[in-house]
Design a protein. Sequence first.
Length: 125
Amino acid sequence: MTAKAGKFVWFDLTVENAAEVRDFYQQVVGWSPDPVEMGDYQDFSMKADDGSVVAGICHKRGENQTLPSQWMIYISVDDLDKSLAAVTANGGKILVPTRGGGGSRFTVIQDPGGAVCTLFEQKDA
């Protein structure tokens, strides 16, 4: 099912020290980590007490190397290409080129005020 446009659909954090930050949030807010294999290292899906996955904590490696170290929100859009054209036409910037596949794509942008987020397009498979 396609996510409704304009909704926050995901949150993640990409940092150099993902294991330390994982442990920090485990102690501070009670999330439990679920490792996600990334080849020669692990990123983490973080789960709430009810077992639902609420966020990701990722290493700043590979494709994530250029992402800013901040909590990144993902906002659903119906047409990523159309939204990206509107970003640049309205004073924003594309910070990380479009990535994804398998029915979903995303791009990191910056608004005219300097805030960063990710636009996320998901299509039914």
